[in-house]
Every structure is written in C-alpha cells, then in structure tokens.
Design a protein around this ligand. Structure first.
Ligand code: SF4
Ligand code: FES
Length: 341
C-alpha cells in the first residue's frame, strides 16, 4: 500500500500502522509516542500524543477522517494521506495533550533520576506551553514499596501501562497492574507483593517518566555525568547485551540498549541489571551514542582531546614567555566526570 505522510510517500505492508510507517520514513514526520512500544503487544492507544490528521482516508474512500487519529493504533490504507508535523491542528493537539499529561505530573525534574532521559521532559520541551492553567491541587499517592530493586513514584505516573504489559508478557505471575478508576487510577502491586520476577527490571526501561526507577542507582548521579558504554556478558537468562553507565571506573547502573525511539533493543534479566556492577563482569564494547540533542551528550567524551596550556598568574602579569609553565592535560577539560581532570 502507498501512504503519504507530510508529503513523503512510502510503500508499506498491509497491517502497518501510521506510526510504524512514519518511523520507516524517519525524521520530523515521526509522531511522539508515550505509551506505544513496538516490543510490547497491545501497547498504544492510551496517551494520545501520537495524534495525526488523516486528510485522505484512502484511494477507495478519499474522505478525510473528521477527528485526529492516534497513529499508533490506526492502520494504513492504500492511498492514505496524513499530515503530522506539517499540520497546525496536530501541533495544537499535541500541545494540549502535553498540557493534559502535565496537570498531575510533579515538576520535580531536579531531583528525579529520569531527568535527562525522560520522554515527558522531551515532549514538554518540544510541545509544552510555558505556563499552566491548572490551579487545582495535583493528584498525590502514598509511597508504596514494591520490592528491593524498583522504586515506584506513583505521583509521576502517566498511566501508559507499558509496565503492566512488561509484567504480562515477560514475567510469570504478574503481581501489579492498574487499580481503581479515573482520577484515582494508579499502578500498584496486588496485596503489596514485591516484584521479584526475573525480568521485572524491564519495567524501569519502558517507563517513559520517572515513575519506575532503579533503586540501586537512586540519587547516585545525573545521567549526563555518566558515561554510557555498550557491554556484554555471557548470560544464560537473557541476551546479556546491555548499556553500562559509568562514573569514573564505577558501573553505577545497567540498562537495556535503547534505540532512537528510546525503546530497548532487547530485554535483559534482573541478574545482569542489578547484580553485575563490577567492570570485570563485562566485556566493554565501546561508547554508546545518543541523538545529537540529548543532554547525555553534555558529557561528550567522543570529541577530540585537546592539549590545554595554562599560563601562571605571575607570567601573565609580567608577560614573560620564558617563565611560562605549560601544563598538559590529557583529558578533556569539559569532562566534569573525569576524576583525574
Ligand atoms: S509506572 Fe511508568 S510505565 Fe507504568 S504506567 Fe506509569 S508511566 Fe507507564
Ligand atoms: S503513542 Fe499512540 S496513543 Fe500513546
């Protein structure tokens, strides 16, 4: 089938959704997605971030669709024409959805471990309004302990339900899910059981906000102070391919490897994620690259190392070159993470 998104035509298989087609084109036509996750069956259709304008239904029925459509759950039709970033109506709708997601989300980015790799932060940066019209009190929940490895911060949850799908599809005996309805809806463990399934840590990776974070990494660092490396180990439970986040010579966190849409390439087991924090546990492959506007690149160790010369104060005052002391630094002076610099 041929579909056109923002003027760019592509051929897709029957059954392809508009979001998948947009990802095949890539770049600015790709709608944001907070609940869809290509590796999780049945995900999508909840957050409404991915709305697009179907300006022509198909060759057989060219009428436009009256409402904006969630691109992650709307299938392509032959001859379909779609406006995504190019549509002012879509842009306005994305702004409204962002505002809606933020009405209950706390503005605690300065203390949230997800800051710097948070999809909601990125969404607000791209589509957020600078002011809020919400004057009511934000929804809050009592803290709940869901086990030794995963921290649940329910106030930050946007109810995308990805974590529930991870629990359903990757672990045995799901013990958590969405409880209650409407404004009271929340993610919780049934009868407060701890989540100790071997793949439960993947909930942390799929959570688009800081509602589920890694207890073993909590408050240790900011992601932009860490150096992420691809690493692998022989693991009998999972692929063993991870990203290790280092501070100096210390591995502070282990995560799955995420692609350009912030989805993990392969799910990893809790053993790799939580129990192997020694450098000797891993074969380090090399630096993990991120999109160029990611704040993680703030700690950019990929740029060329430069020799730095520092003149002493006395020499500057006297202007005498011969007394000048040269201090060569082999490390990048911008690298605030390097303990030796
Ligand atoms: S805890 Fe995270 S992954 Fe789970 S529903 Fe809330 S936002 Fe989504
Ligand atoms: S990504 Fe489509 S509705 Fe959430």
């Amino acid at each position: 089938m041929k579909v056109t998104i923002d003027g760019q035509e592509i051929e897709v298989e029957a059954g392809t959704t508009i979001l998948q087609a947009a990802r095949m084109i890539g770049g600015e036509v790709v709608p944001p997605a907070m609940c869809y996750y290509s590796k999780l069956k049945g995900s999508g259709g909840k957050c409404r971030c991915c709305l697009v304008d179907v300006t022509k239904g198909s060759d057989a029925d060219p009428r436009p669709m009256p409402k904006l459509m969630a691109s992650c759950v709307t299938g392509c039709q032959d001859g379909m024409e779609i406006a995504s970033k190019a549509s002012p109506r879509v842009q306005e709708a994305r702004k409204s959805v962002t505002e809606f997601l933020l009405i209950n989300h706390p503005l605690d980015c300065p203390v949230c471990d997800q800051a710097g790799e948070c999809d909601l932060q990125n969404l607000s940066f791209e589509h957020g309004k600078s002011a809020t019209r919400f004057i009511e009190e934000k929804r809050t929940f009592e803290p709940e302990d869901i086990g030794p490895n995963i921290q649940l911060h329910m106030n930050r949850c946007i109810l995308c339900q990805r974590c529930v799908q991870v629990a359903d599809q990757l672990t045995d005996n799901r013990v958590h899910g969405v409880m209650d309805r409407g404004d009271h809806a929340n993610i919780s463990t049934c009868i407060s059981k701890a989540i100790d399934n071997e793949f439960s840590g993947n909930m942390i990776d799929v959570c688009p906000v800081g509602a589920l974070t890694d207890k073993t990494f909590r408050f240790k660092s900011r992601v932009w102070f860490n150096k992420p490396y691809n690493a692998h180990r022989d693991c009998d439970k999972c692929c063993g391919k991870t990203t290790v986040w280092m501070f100096g010579n210390e591995i502070q966190r282990v995560t799955g490897r995420k692609d350009e849409y912030h989805e993990v390439e392969e799910f990893i087991c809790n053993g790799c994620r939580f129990d192997h924090k020694e450098v000797s546990d891993w074969v380090i492959e090399g630096p993990r690259k991120f999109e160029k506007d990611s704040v993680i690149n703030q700690n950019n160790y990929t740029q060329k190392l430069e020799k730095v010369e520092i003149a002493t104060e006395k020499n500057i005052l006297l202007g005498r070159d011969q007394d000048r002391k040269k201090i060569s630094m082999v490390s990048n002076p911008l690298d605030t993470n390097n303990k030796n610099s």
